[in-house]
Design a protein around this ligand. Sequence first.
Ligand code: ISE
Length: 337
Amino acid sequence: MELRVGIVGCGMIGKEHAKRLQYKVQGATVVAVCDVFEAGAKAANELIGGNAKVYTDADALINDPEVDAIVVTTPGQFHKNPILSAIKAGKPVFTEKPLTNTAAECKEIVDAEIAGGKHLVQVGFMRRYDRGYNQVKEMIDSGEFGAPMLIKCTHRAEAVADDYTTEMAVTDTAIHEIDVLPWLIGDEWDEVQCIMPKTTKNAHEGLKDPQVMIMKTKGGIVTVLEVNVNCGFGYDINCEVVCEDGVINLPCPSFPTTRKNFQVATAIEKNWMLRFIDSYDVELQDWVDVTLKGETTGCSAWDGYVASITADALVASQKSGKIEKVVTGGTPDFYKK
Ligand code: ISE
């Protein structure tokens, strides 16, 4: 049986996922694509062989009886409506991260899913499918290194577009660490703070970059995260977990090391799509497999909501400079695993 998928949002990641679902993932066919800009939807359709229906109205795609499941790849601020429409139509929906850009909107989604009584939403936090992060999780879970105490992370990118804002350092970038680290260590965020060092000359007007985010879990584990999105040299994701009996370090995946001109050099990945390409493949294959069985997996709407509550607290700290509390009110029974 094939899962007939409709894609809402045909920008860069929408086109990538369309190709991935059509040509790499087993068990799925992209039968419809939608973008408010018809040219974008048509371009996505061409990339997958030209046989999908082309829509400019997301609700029309979602309610098409030939579409079994939805993938939402619009920009984050436009995630809410298609997700709510998919829930209303009773169709499984995979949305790219973040669930939405604000906790208030995420809450609407969580409430709608609970009211519908069926788990339909999966949020695309692809790092949960990355081989390296999974190995780190296994090592932590083995207990061999003792309890984690401190996590030191960098989230660096070569450069960002002019419409990238100071808040997006949290809602678009740090949101990955906000989601993946509690999953990694089996804990929950308790309080967070954002500190602004001197801004780089490479940041565009009005953008504060780099930023340092300090986050503490209920269990007392402290994370120090450097977000630095105009570093100029590549996409540099590092995560070091300092435990009681040892240290687990997840560096960038390895490239050959060369020696020439009195230098030892190793390449670094250019961007996030290349760094996490395998994780995206595994993630969407898993979503298709599980959806075909009528089940859900991975990061739930509740997980996406909790990530957004944490992001809101960090954005508040960007403004206040103070430590801000992360208050979730506790996991509803519907989402308890
Ligand atoms: C982008 O949307 C991503 O999800 C990347 O993983 C992240 O590194 C980047 O900062 C975001 O803009």
